[in-house]
Design a protein around this ligand. Structure first.
Ligand SMILES: Cc1cc2nc3c(=O)[nH]c(=O)nc-3n(C[C@H](O)[C@H](O)[C@H](O)COP(=O)(O)O)c2cc1C
Length: 183
């Protein structure tokens, strides 16, 4: 039985993306009762434009994003860093999810961000920026989840310590309880 579902937004469209492979690996290793749904097709969603959003029908890809994230209990971004921030594809997804203002699909939802880059910082700025945007879009950012994993000295897809840290991040997000956190 699934107790908690996590919608995953991957910030890289590259076919050989390490972050996508990590997301797929984490989906197979999710804790008992946790379903991980990698939301595909982010690259096919048009750039956010209020004219498109205010039209009688929004693009199917954007509607599907809102539906999948809206149906999930948690949201996890798994992303590299591009030029010191999150890749545009992730930023665009968050923009679509941030509207209607105050009633977007992420409002009140626990949000975490992880990812890896082949630099000493592991994408830290991208992760900070994604967390800030998600917070402004109404999500509850679970800071403890964040892992900015450098891929310089390890194979992040096989290293047991890295995988333990990342599976723990998924567990923390799944188990996050707003009431306990506020106490
Ligand atoms: C346009 C572009 C900009 C990048 N900028 C950064 C950066 O600012 N910081 C960083 O750590 N890595 C940067 N990188 C390297 C990416 O982190 C690296 O390519 C990473 O493996 C991409 O993740 P992926 O394997 O999931 O596609 C950049 C790569 C590209 C293509």
């Amino acid at each position: 039985m699934t107790d908690t579902s996590i919608a995953v937004l991957v910030g890289s469209l590259r076919s050989d993306s390490v972050n996508r492979k990590l997301a797929e690996l984490l989906a197979t290793q999710a804790p008992e009762g946790v379903a991980v749904d990698i939301v595909d097709g982010l690259g096919t969603i048009p750039f956010y434009n209020e004219d498109i959003d205010n039209a009688s029908e929004i693009p199917a890809t954007a509607a599907a994003l809102r539906e999948r994230v809206g149906a999930a209990d948690r949201v996890l971004a798994v992303t590299p860093e591009y030029n010191g921030t999150m890749p545009a594809v992730l930023n665009n997804a968050i923009d679509w999810l941030s509207r209607p203002y105050g009633a977007g699909a992420m409002v009140g939802k626990p949000f975490g961000v992880i990812g890896t880059t082949p630099t000493p910082y592991g994408g830290r700025w991208a992760h900070e920026d994604a967390a800030r945007s998600a917070r402004i879009a109404g999500a509850t950012v679970v800071e403890d989840v964040t892992v900015s994993q450098s891929a310089i000295e390890v194979d992040v897809l096989t290293d047991p310590d890295v995988l333990a840290r990342l599976t723990n991040a998924v567990r923390l997000l799944a188990e996050y309880d707003a009431a306990t956190a506020a106490a």
